[in-house]
Design a protein around this ligand. Structure first.
Ligand SMILES: *Cc1c(COP(=O)(O)O)cnc(C)c1O
Length: 822
């Protein structure tokens, strides 16, 4: 085809007034969906509305791409196996600043935007915090003007849907694509082949050492991209999220089919498609299956081929890649990319290994998300070698290069060398993905100040000695567009009426609220908004799961993945103790509380699933006991996801951030609560430490051991049994659970769980219990002083601006990516 003529008339950019919008919605409904307004279903309206919004975004998207192209600047590539996006429509209309016009347009058609918005499925392509961070970052990169592309996998089944049946978690597949996905655009022309297994031979011309090689994969699939536009605040920039889907090279083997082997003819096709069928639902633990490694390599290779292709197209010479591209590895899931880029440079682009290695290291940077040993990725050498034989060679070559250097440095004994090696030689030999990501990156960041320090002292102790400049801190953040402006418009309006609108473009302007913290009139308005959000949540929960809760009670909320280190168990044991206390001392002034839990357990995580059952068992007993009616209630909200989160954070009074100190890398849920004016009860872990610094010691309730104290306690030999013997309140609660008070149908259901606390209590539930219980009494006291509570809540919102992901992204841009902002 000839190049299209220059100067073809461009379509006029779309208009935003409500009459135009209403007309277009009806037009889309008619000509794109093929329905008459009179008999259109709700989903048809949703689809039509999205198409109308999408057109506006496309104008800005095309403009952004043109700017990137003309700018010839450096680009940022964010590689993440997970993007926990949630719904996109409200985000899009709100960031395009067309919410009111669209509401007006739809009401002129007798359609309610809120009702339609509720039909949009959550894009739940992630497990929890790590995936949600990637989604917040995408929005912030578009907002602050980073020329960025996100890369990930288009899972057909994202995070499972959780139902609670008789108190137990049941996992059901989530079919988010069932009604189609109007936000995505398939871009077949940018498909790539991805190889697995096969053999490696010397290339025809052997170049350099280690030499260029020829890899002939035994198995090949095609990676096809689907692009979703990500709009920044005020629609200034629209970036792309490119998600890969696996397709077979030959959809059907016709010879085989014609010979009557129908299943065989489709085997290759099914095998290819199964690659991107489902998200692994394990959060913070290694999914060791080969399908997982295949997923990781699949999306990383496709992304790198795309990045290299774009670079060569724009700049001609692949040798300048590091000057024009920064690739951020979100955890070690894409760490195989280090070897893949070296492979592309050496084997495909004829660059010598040493130079290829330098280019790769200058291009990559890596974010570490966890110190939990069970979550540090490593792959058995035989598996890695079979699936990626060429990469295995390159991992050995990189390892030799690094270890040679290390051995020359004084103080690097055999133990230090074996600690930094890319191959774990203790027992079954394994490839250490964290070490590969570390050595293959020019910067390695932790996600909170504490976590960054702990990285230097633990997992990367020896690598840090070798590369003392490499580790840096970038404390996580959350996007205030979604987590304040969209989910809490009432609070947003109140703030705007009080300090003006500047905070919408610069969250740190919220500090101006500090001077209203003591203002009685403002306190009243602030708490009135909170009450409204609590009433809205109460109404929602009644419909959603039948829970009846009193909006005047304290909403004490713990919502996050269920994990032993996050210590939902500590919270449940406290509920049981509180239940005892209230019944023993009915004459005291107890603050009425509703303890709300939400979160999914990995399907294979036995204790986490048991903790969900325990929460529900305890809830059933407490909620049916007239002795504590109106004083204590427990609710487990099923299927915690981004859309549930948007209702829960604004309605919270108390934020539970009670992980064993040293184990939560950062947390971002803690920030979403703070933004919305909840008080935190928490340990000095992750970003809680920084929240405390920002709100001031007097505006947060801290309890429990510090990370150092936890480590020391373990070192000394911790005896939970002794601790339990000394705490009457704890012992009573544990005994009640253990003896079947909450599980009369199966009195031994929790024996193992509670035995674990007596025997080793790895997560220090017993050791921190008294301190936690006292901290909860302090919370009750604060609650009884309404003005004090209001003041503290206001101080939390007022000092939350630093936790905007815009701040985090600016720091990445300046210190790691070295990209200019628009
Ligand atoms: C913010 C968020 C998380 C992370 O919560 P943490 O408390 O930081 O673990 C997990 N899931 C969803 C749906 C979220 O919105």
């Amino acid at each position: 085809m000839n190049k299209p003529q220059k100067g073809l008339p461009r379509p006029e950019p779309r208009q935003f007034d409500s009459t135009v919008l209403a007309k277009e919605v009806v037009e889309r409904l008619t000509y794109r969906i093929g329905k008459d307004a009179a008999n259109a279903h709700k989903h048809d309206w949703l689809h039509a509305v999205i198409l109308v919004i999408r057109d506006r975004i496309i104008d800005a998207w095309i403009r952004t791409k043109k700017e990137f192209h003309e700018d010839k600047g450096k680009r940022v590539y964010y590689l993440s196996l997970e993007f926990l996006i949630g719904r996109l429509m409200r985000d899009a209309v709100s960031n395009m600043e067309m919410l009111e016009q669209m509401q007006e347009a739809l009401s002129s058609l007798n359609v309610d935007l809120d009702v339609v918005a509720e039909l949009e499925p959550d894009a739940a392509l992630g497990n929890g915090g790590l995936g949600r961070l990637a989604a917040c970052f995408m929005e912030s990169m578009a907002t602050v003007g980073v020329p960025a592309y996100g890369y990930g996998i288009r899972y057909v089944n994202g995070m499972f849907r959780q139902e609670i049946s008789d108190g137990w978690q049941v996992e059901l597949p989530e079919t988010w694509l069932a009604h189609g996905n109007p936000w995505e655009f398939e871009r077949r022309e940018f498909s790539y082949e991805i190889g697995f297994a096969g053999k490696v031979e010397a290339a025809e011309e052997t170049l350099g050492t280690p030499a260029k090689m020829k890899w002939s994969p035994q198995e090949r699939v095609v990676a096809t991209p689907y692009d979703t536009p990500i709009v920044g605040w005020r629609g200034n920039q629209v970036n792309s999220l490119r998600l890969w889907s696996a397709k077979p090279i030959d959809p059907i083997l016709l010879d085989q089919f014609n010979a009557g082997d129908h299943q065989g003819a489709l085997r290759e096709s099914n095998r290819a498609q199964s690659l991107t069928r489902v998200l692994y639902p394990a959060d913070s633990s290694l999914a060791g299956q080969s399908l997982r490694l295949r997923q990781e390599y699949f999306f990383t290779s496709a992304s790198l081929q795309d990045i290299v292709r774009r670079h060569i197209q724009d700049f001609g010479d692949v040798r300048t890649l590091h000057e024009k591209a920064s690739i951020q590895l979100n955890d070690t899931h894409p760490a195989v990319g280090v070897a893949e880029l070296v492979r592309l440079l050496v084997d495909v682009h004829d660059i010598e290994f040493a130079e290829a290695w330098e280019i790769a290291r200058e291009t990559f940077s890596y974010t570490n998300h966890t110190l939990l040993p069970e979550a540090l990725e490593s792959w058995p050498v035989p598996l890695f070698e079979r699936l990626l034989p060429r990469h295995m060679q390159l991992v050995y070559a990189i390892n030799a290069h690094i270890l040679k250097k290390a051995r020359k440095i004084e103080g690097f004994d055999d133990a230090a060398v074996s600690a930094i090696s890319l191959i774990d030689e203790n027992g079954e030999r394994r490839v250490r993905m964290g070490n590969l990501a570390f050595v293959g990156s020019h910067k390695v960041n932790g996600v909170s100040a504490l976590h960054t320090e702990l990285m230097k002292q633990t997992v990367f102790k020896d690598l840090h000695k070798l590369y003392p400049e490499r580790i840096n801190n970038k404390t996580n953040g959350v996007t205030f567009r979604r987590w304040m402006m969209q989910c809490n418009p009432e609070l947003t309006s109140l703030i705007e009426a009080t300090i003006g609108a500047d905070f919408k473009d610069d969250a740190e302007q919220l500090v101006r609220l500090n001077k209203f913290a003591d203002d009685a009139a403002f306190q009243e308005k602030f708490m009135e908004v909170k009450l409204q959000k609590k009433i809205a949540l109460s109404n929602h929960l009644k419909n959603y799961c039948g829970a009846k809760i009193d909006p005047n009670a304290m909403f004490d909320i713990q919502i996050k993945r269920i994990h032993e280190y996050k210590r939902q168990l500590l919270n449940i044991v406290h509920a049981v103790a509180l239940y005892d206390q209230i019944r023993s001392h009915p004459e005291l002034d107890w603050a009425p509380r509703v303890k709300i839990f939400g979160g999914k357990a990995a399907p294979s995580y036995h204790n986490a699933k048991l903790i969900i059952k325990l929460a529900n068992d305890v809830a059933r007993v407490i909620n049916n006991d007239p002795a504590v009616q109106g004083l204590l209630k427990i609710v487990f909200v099923p299927n915690y996801n981004v859309s549930q989160a948007e209702r829960l954070f604004p309605a919270a009074d108390l934020s539970e951030q009670i992980s064993t100190a040293g184990m939560e890398a950062s947390g971002t849920g803690n920030m979403k609560f703070q933004v919305n004016g909840a008080l935190t009860i928490g340990t000095l872990d992750g970003a809680n430490v920084e929240i405390k610094e920002h709100v001031g010691d007097e505006n947060i309730v801290i309890f429990g051991m510090t990370a150092e104290e936890v480590a020391a306690r373990r070192e000394q030999g911790y005896s939970p049994r002794d601790v339990i013997e000394q705490s009457k309140e704890l012992k009573q609660a544990l005994t009640a659970i253990q003896s079947g008070t909450f599980s009369p149908d199966d009195p031994h259901r929790y024996s193992g769980l509670i035995d674990g606390i007596y025997e080793h209590d790895w997560f220090m539930v017993a050791a921190d219990f008294d301190s936690y219980s006292n901290a909860q009494r302090r919370v009750d006291e604060i609650w009884s002083d309404k003005k004090l509570w209001a003041k503290m809540a206001i101080k939390n919102t007022a000092n939350s601006g630093w936790f905007s992901s815009d701040r985090t992204i600016r720091q990445y841009a300046e210190d790691i990516w070295k990209v200019g902002l628009k």
